[in-house]
Each structure stands twice: as C-alpha cells, then as structure tokens.
Design a protein around this ligand. Structure first.
Ligand code: 6R9
Length: 661
C-alpha cells in the first residue's frame, strides 16, 4: 500500500434523482426507512443478521449452528458446520414449484438463433453432465478448468461441477494458451472443459487448439481428460484416450443426480484476477456465503420478481458472469438472457434489438459498452436506442469501472427513457457480489456515484493509519466487517492473501485497493485503483503483468507500463520500452511495436495489448534506479511535466518518450 494516495478524481455531479414511485411501491426493499432498518439490524448484531439471511434464503441439507467463525481471521469461515449444495440451491429448489416449467435461459447465439431452456430441462442437462463426469471418476475437491464460449453448456459445466463439489476455475475465452496453461498448472486441474471454437461478431475463434497448446507446454500431467463441447463442428485434433465430446459424456446418463452435500465453506470456485505483482491471483470463493450474497443482491439490488426477464451481458469468464449469470439469477428463479455475441454485431443496435425482442426488464452491462454504443448511435441514427421499443425495461445496471456522468445520463435517458434507475454497482472479484450500490426502490441517485453500502456491508474511507477521513477527502476504501461472500484465500498463497487484503496498519479490515471519497450525504465516489492495477474496458490488468511479458521478449531490455484515461475503454495501456538495440525510427519502430503488441496478445490475451508503445534509450529513473511511474503517467497523457524532476537522473529522456510510434 503506498503512503501517497494518487487517484484520478471523478467529476462530482450535483443532480439527484429520487426513486420512482412505481418501483418504490413494489420493491423488495421499499424506501429508505426499510433500507435503514436492515442496516440497523446488521449493525446491532451482524452475526444474527447473517444467520437469519442464511436460514431464510438458502436450502440446507444440514442446518448450520454458527454463522461466522472468526477464530482464524482474516481467514473467516461462514456457515461452516452447515451442509448444502449450490447447484441444488439454483435448480432443485425450484422443481416442485411453478418455476420448474418457467424458462431459465433464453440463449441467443451470435447469428441470432434462440433457444429456450426451462428450469426442469436445465436441471436435467446439469444432472446428465454431472453423472458423466462422475462416471469418469472425478469427485469433490478436485479442480476443473473451464475454457468455454458463452453458452448454455458453459452454465451446465459450472453447475455440474458445483453439484459434485468439483472446484471450477473458469478462464475467459479471450485469454491466450499461455494464460490458460498458467492457470491449469496453478490449480493442478484434473479436467479441462472447452469447446471446439467460439463465435463472436461473425468470426470463429478456436478454443480447443489453445487447450492442446497449453497442455503441450508441459507440467499439466494432472489433466486426465479434456471434454469438448461441439459448437461449430470444425475439425479439431484429438488426443485418443484423453479427449471426449461433451455430448458423448452425457449420452445415456440419468437425468437426475444426487447433489453432494458440502460444508458451507467448501471451495466453489477459483477465479484469477490481476494484482499488483506479475502473477495473477487465484481468488477462492466458498459455497454457502457466496451463494447467499449472490442471491440477496439479486433480490435487493435487482429487485428480482417472478415476471422479470433479466439480462447480464458479462462473460462467464469474469466474476460478473459467475455471480450474475451462473449462480444468482438461477438461485432467484429468474428467466435470463444469455448471449454469445458482441454488442456491435451485426450492428450496434444488437443490445436494443435483443431487449425489444426478449422484453428484457432488468439490464446489466458495463460502462465501456455504453460508451462505445453512444458513439455509434450518434453516428448511425438507425442503431440509436430510440429506434427500438425498450418499454419493457424497469432497471438498468452498470458494473466494472466508474461510469462517467455523461455516459450515466445517456444510459438513463436514451436507454431507460427516464423511467428506470441506473444502478452503479461497486464490487470486485474478491467481494463475490455487490457491496456499494443504489437500491431501485429506495436510494436517490447521483450520476457517477455508487451511492451507499448494502445492509451488512461496513464500508468506510480511511487514511493510511486507519483513521476515517473527512467527508470530501480521498482515502482508501475498506470494509470493516467480514461478509459472507468475501474471498477466502488466494489459491496456494495464503500469505499473499493476508498481505494484499489485510495490511497490519488497517486493524484487520479488508483493503479493497480502490481510492474513494464520500460526499456530505455519505455517498461513495470511487476514484480508481490505488495499486498498479488498470481497468481497461472493465477488465483488470496488472501493469507488472504486462511489463514482465514485454521484458520476456528477445528485443526488450526494459519496460514500464502505465495507464492513461481513454474515452471508450476507461483506461488504456501505454508501454514505455527500451530495446536491446538502437532506437528504431519510422517504419521500423512501427513494425517492432506491432511485434510487441502481438507478443503480449499471445502471452496474455488481446485485451492486454498496449494501445500505445513508446521507445526510448532509457526510462526516467531516480538516482537510486527506481522507475518514476508518476512522470510516465503524465507523459502518457501528453501533458506538460509540472512536477519536480530534481530527483530524476536523466531528464532528457522524457522528451524522447513523449513521441508516439
Ligand atoms: C465486478 C468487477 C474490480 C475493480 C474495482 C474497481 C472497479 C468495479 C466499479 C468499479 C467504479 C464501479 N470497479 N465496479 N469502479 N465503480 N461501479 O468488476 O470485478 O474485475 O475484480 O474489478 O473494478 O476498481 O476494484 P473486478
């Protein structure tokens, strides 16, 4: 944790939008008094509050007697002596209710084919696949890596693992074989579940070849089977005895499968996310606490109602796809849209067209998507949301990065028709589910603010000694009390877990890694990361991660990566590179920059490719040899350096680095 808080300040908006009466009237949390009553209940006796929610909202195979065990803090244990199964809580619980015959998933493929699956059918498909993997000998506690496109099959694969207690680790389909390899090795996966290809924006992108390559890198001896979902039918190479088709694994299996009763603390999944060092962290989540908060936030934030058609546009490769596609909406018994493709194909009206056709009521997407659709709608009137009937919408959500007030207002007016609240939900891979967010039937909204913490979430803004800062001043965002869906550990690295999230100065509180400030109403305004993590299009990327890949290239001697504000992607990566050869000029510089960009794409994935690469003979360093990233951030923005450069050893270098290739 750096002593200095260096954060990009957000525009503070003064407009306030009170909640809509029609939403307040029927909301699951109706009005600010109801919200405050829940907050008070949680503050009075947090454990009793969480125990009540756990009892009332989850189906237990064996009831718990203790909600929270703090004896090994910061390794908090929740509902540990209770037993339950996440998949049973998402599917079986609905079987003897009217929800059984309700559509669980409306799947729409990239090319517009639509498939409806009811809860009963989804249950049968999950059971068949679970029986199939059980027959192969896999069991609770082992790890499976899932590398799949957005599909019903991806949800089935995750749910089937949960049903058997197999810990899944989903790797986003946009990650390279190298990243995939790293994760397979780190979790010692016994099973990889993938597809032949994925289809996005009219293009086919291979997946199975990346799995073959990843395993080919070596060190993956733990993997005994690769199960392949046939998405496109393109021929793929086949390792006899290792590779199996998903439909063949399912063939002939019974459509019921006893869910395994697991401790509330049984690990449900591991999901990798970037931190401030080169190596991504395997964030481990648990069974009961995670599912409880996934479900409660569906009910509270999204005000889940029986007749909702809910759509979260995230990919299951990210935490948003885990909590708000695979688990939360199913536990809540909602009908949800699952979409394979991209927002701009066949044109930039795709989201609006789908909302219109499927009569979506709750829509949850990322600011990056909104910002890029604003641009396209303004230039191509035919894909402007006003051209579509979006009257089915009642709630809009935003996630992944700060939403700037301009984008908020456009979303509110053009998409929501000034009838729908925009919920700016702040949370993280580590928090499992929403933490600070407006409630649609209670919270007055301010564009650009994620407003107030959910009941039970003890959020605060403090300085480096742990003192709460004054209203209007920036500080570190912390959570002062444990909550059920919190990260349990970093897979294989409990020391890093303690160091990253529970620094000793902060009295055992959870350090989120974001800067924030509160206004005079107590509203939270997130001001960006305080560590070396960037947020590009809502995806977390560690600058060190990209740097270590760049310096691994044969041409590169040294590299520093910083972020620069970007109109569309929020932040963009700028890489400053010192080559092992003389400074390249003109076409040669362009060619090397391309080579390096492709290298990063191959090593991590296309999302990590630097937008801008600058070459120099050196990097700005202090006399003790430390790279002065603060100066690089200024140079990356193309701004004049007004800071003190007296500690800089080689001031002339800044001029060189200000030239784009
Ligand atoms: C869910 C998710 C977490 C980081 C987080 C913060 C940023 C997420 C935000 C937001 C401002 C919001 N972030 N939501 N910043 N306002 N509503 O995105 O998880 O990928 O782990 O990213 O994203 O910086 O620390 P994850």
């Amino acid at each position: 944790m750096s002593a200095e808080i260096e954060i990009e300040s957000v525009l503070v908006e003064n407009r306030v939008f009170p909640p809509f009466e029609n939403l307040v009237k029927h909301a699951n949390i109706s009005g600010m008094d109801a919200y405050r009553a829940l907050c008070d209940e949680a503050d009075r006796d947090p454990e009793a509050f969480w125990a009540r929610l756990g009892r009332e909202n989850l189906v237990w195979a064996k009831p718990f007697t203790q909600a929270l065990d703090e004896s090994q803090a910061p390794f908090f244990h929740w509902y540990a002596d209770g037993e339950m199964n996440v998949s049973a809580n998402c599917l079986d619980r609905h079987l003897n209710t009217p929800v059984a015959d309700k559509t669980a998933i409306i799947f729409e493929s990239d090319d517009g084919k639509v498939e409806h699956v009811t809860y009963k059918q989804l249950h049968a498909r999950v059971c068949e696949f679970a029986n199939g993997i059980k027959a192969l000998g896999y069991k609770a506690g082992q790890r499976a890596v899932i590398y799949m496109p957005m599909s019903i099959e991806a949800v089935v694969a995750m749910q089937a693992c949960a049903r058997l207690g197999i810990i899944h680790s989903v790797v986003f389909g946009g990650f390279s074989s190298k990243s995939l390899h790293e994760r397979i090795v780190d979790v010692e996966a016994v099973l990889v579940i993938t597809a032949d290809e994925q289809v996005r924006g009219g293009k086919k992108i291979p997946l199975k070849p990346a799995v073959d390559e990843a395993i080919g890198f070596g060190g993956c001896e733990s993997v005994s089977k690769v199960i392949v979902y046939r998405r496109t039918g393109t021929p793929v190479s086949w390792a006899e005895g290792r590779d199996l088709w998903m439909h063949e694994v399912c063939a002939g299996q019974a459509q019921t499968c006893e869910p395994v009763a697991l401790s509330g603390e049984h690990p449900l999944f591991i999901l990798y996310t970037s931190g401030s060092t080169g190596k991504p962290k395997g964030v481990q989540h648990s069974t009961a606490g995670y599912l409880l908060w996934s479900l409660m936030t569906m009910k509270w934030t999204f005000d889940a109602k029986d007749d909702d058609v809910y759509w979260c546009t995230a990919d299951v490769g990210w935490v948003t796809g885990h909590t708000y596609i695979t688990y939360g909406p199913l536990a809540a018994g909602l009908t949800q849209v699952v979409f394979e493709g991209v927002p701009t194909y066949p044109d930039a009206g795709r989201f609006w067209d789908m909302i219109q056709r499927h009569k979506v009521t709750v829509f949850y997407t990322a600011p990056t998507a909104i910002r890029s659709l604003i641009k396209l709608a303004e230039s191509t009137p035919a894909v402007h949301p006003r051209e579509y009937d979006l009257r089915s919408l009642r709630i809009l959500g935003s996630v992944g990065e700060p939403i700037n007030p301009e984008a908020w207002m456009w979303y509110y007016k053009q998409v929501g028709g000034e009838r729908c609240p925009v919920l700016d939900t702040w949370w993280q891979t580590e928090t499992g589910a929403h933490m600070i967010t407006p409630l649609p039937g209670a919270t007055p909204l301010k564009p650009g603010s994620c407003t107030l913490p959910l009941p039970g979430i003890a959020a605060a803004v403090v300085d480096e000694t742990g003192e709460e800062v004054e209203r209007g001043k920036g500080g570190f965002l912390v959570i002062k009390r444990p909550w059920p869906s919190m990260v349990r550990t970093i897979w294989g690295d409990p020391e890093r877990f303690k160091k990253s999230y529970f620094p000793p100065e902060l009295k055992g509180w959870y350090l989120a890694g974001d800067g924030a400030q509160r206004d005079s109403d107590g509203y939270f305004w997130i001001m960006g990361r305080i560590d070396d993590v960037l947020n590009v299009s809502g995806h977390r990327l560690g600058t060190m991660e990209v740097e270590s890949v760049l310096v691994a290239h044969e041409l590169v001697a040294e590299a520093a990566v910083v972020g620069r504000p970007d109109e569309t992607t929020g932040e963009a990566l700028v890489a400053f590179v010192v080559l092992k050869r003389p400074l390249p000029q003109g076409d040669e510089a362009v060619a090397i920059a391309k080579q390096l960009r492709d290298w990063v794409g191959k090593e991590i994935g296309p999302i990590a490719k630097p937008k801008d690469i600058r070459f120099g003979e050196n990097l700005p360093k202090t006399r003790s040899g430390k790279i002065m990233r603060r100066l690089l951030r200024v140079v990356a923005k193309g701004e004049e350096i007004t800071q003190d450069v007296s500690t800089l050893e080689n001031p002339a270098i800044l001029q060189q680095l200000s030239q784009s290739v």
